[in-house]
Every structure is written in structure tokens, then in C-alpha cells.
Design a protein around this ligand. Structure first.
Ligand code: DC
Length: 238
């Protein structure tokens, strides 16, 4: 399912522009990841979790003892990223970084905060740009992130901006972490989410914002099934 490095015989950019992309952008905890996966499964499309790439840069930097302020070295880290997306026999995603299974480390709050910091650096974003575009392969792609509709796939036929109240987003994150056996206070999580929202929306390069032609979907109080169905209904209208 996951495409990675661009191979010589892979679809070129011009050829790939007819391949449908559904972009799902929005703040942390709006449900993008879950909905993107459900929609991709329902349509048999590829999936791009672009946040994972920024998280992997943060992790690779940590492993190489590169400070999150050192933009030259971080850019090098982003350019050299040796990553493999895989799945285990149960069908769960497994992510490898430099041959190490980083599936658990990838999803921690610390890694999310690190990702949000490295994502502020324009050269890091540039280094990841073509990698993200290479995911656009037949029969189609569902891409989730912050700038999928505005920067990476501006010609996507369906762009969606997912939102949810800050309170609900913090509660969802809290439940996710609790289910994984991690005990983080709700108040601390709310503060982290606010900090991350601010950094992601206020940065100068590719800030989190809806594309001009995005459709808004507020997921507050909605089930995963109903949000997925709304997206699939919109796809059916294309
Ligand atoms: O979606 P996520 O929580 O895995 O993303 C982690 C961070 O990566 C997020 O706080 C901002 C950054 N990011 C980005 O700048 N652009 C993207 N397309 C995706 C994520």
C-alpha cells in the first residue's frame, strides 16, 4: 500500500496528475488520521500520513543528536530519511527508521511536539515535498496533514478541512493515550494541543489553514462512521 522512494519507472508527475487525491487537513486531534485510513480502505486508495514524515525527522534528529534548532543539519536528516512503512501479521502498521521499529516512539506527545518544531523549517518541508508527491499512485490517494490541499496537492479534486472543538480534541487524544496505557493529564494535553495549534497555524511557511476550495467538516460529537460516510458521499459526487 505504501509507496516510498521514487523509482525510475514510477509514474511521473505529469502522468500522475490525473490520479485522484483526497486531502484531509486540520489541527491535531480533529480525526484526520482515523478518517483518512477508513476512507482509503473503503476506496482501496493509497494513504499518505504526512505528519508521520515530520515525526520521523524529529526522531531521526533525536537519534543523531541533532538539535531541533539546527536547520542545516535537520534538512540533511530530512533528505537522508531511511524509512519503511510495513504491517505486522495482524495488519497493524509498523514503521521502521534506519532499521529500527519506531512504531511506538512515533506516536508520543514528545515526538508530535518535535515534529511541529522541525515542520517550521522551510528547507525541511522542501526536502519532504517530492517524497509526499510520490505517494500519488493509481487508483488514488488519501493524504492527511496540514498543507495537503494548500501546498502539496493543490490540484486535488476534493479537499476537506476537518475541525473539532479544542475540548473534544484534547479528550480524544487523552483516550488514545490511555488506551495505550499512558497516563497524561487532560489539562497538560490541552495546553500541548494549544501550543501545537499555535505553532502550526502561525508559522510563516505552509501554515495550517483551509484551502480556498476546501469543504469544512466539523467532527465534534460525530461518530467515526458518520464522518467517514460524509467523506465517501462527497467522493461519490465527484
Ligand atoms: O498530524 P501529526 O500530529 O502527526 O503531525 C505532527 C506535526 O507535523 C504537526 O504538529 C505539524 C507537522 N505537520 C506539518 O507541518 N505538515 C503536515 N502536512 C503534517 C504535519
Amino acid at each position: 500500500m505504501f509507496g516510498w522512494r521514487k523509482k525510475k519507472n514510477q509514474t511521473t508527475e505529469t502522468e500522475s496528475s490525473g490520479i485522484p487525491v483526497i486531502t484531509l487537513d486540520g489541527p491535531s486531534g480533529s480525526g484526520k488520521g482515523t478518517i483518512a485510513r477508513r476512507v482509503a480502505d473503503a476506496l482501496g486508495y493509497h494513504l499518505l500520513d504526512s505528519g508521520a514524515l515530520y515525526r520521523l525527522v524529529a526522531l531521526a534528529a533525536e537519534d543523531a543528536c541533532v538539535a531541533l534548532q539546527n536547520s542545516d543539519n535537520l534538512t540533511e536528516v530530512a533528505m537522508q530519511l531511511d524509512v519503511r512503512f510495513d504491517s505486522n501479521p495482524e495488519g497493524d502498521e509498523v514503521v521502521w527508521l534506519n532499521g529500527e521499529d519506531v512504531t511506538q516512539r512515533l506516536r508520543t506527545e514528545q515526538t508530535g511536539a518535535g515534529a511541529s518544531k522541525v515542520a517550521q523549517i522551510p528547507a525541511v518541508r522542501d526536502a519532504l515535498f517530492e517524497r509526499q508527491r510520490a505517494f500519488r499512485k493509481a487508483p488514488g490517494l488519501v493524504a492527511d496533514g496540514r498543507d495537503m490541499g494548500t501546498q502539496v496537492f493543490p490540484d486535488a479534486p476534493l479537499k476537506i478541512y476537518l475541525t473539532a472543538s479544542a475540548e473534544e480534541r484534547a479528550k480524544r487524544r487523552h483516550k488514545q493515550l490511555k488506551d495505550k496505557g499512558l497516563d497524561v493529564s487532560l489539562a497538560a494535553l490541552s495546553r500541548d494541543i494549544e501550543d501545537r495549534d499555535r505553532r502550526d497555524s502561525e508559522r510563516t511557511v505552509a501554515p495550517l489553514k483551509p484551502a480556498m476550495d476546501a469543504r469544512f467538516l466539523d467532527t465534534t460529537g460525530q461518530t467515526i462512521e458518520s464522518v467517514t460516510q460524509t467523506v465517501l458521499d462527497w467522493v461519490a459526487e465527484l
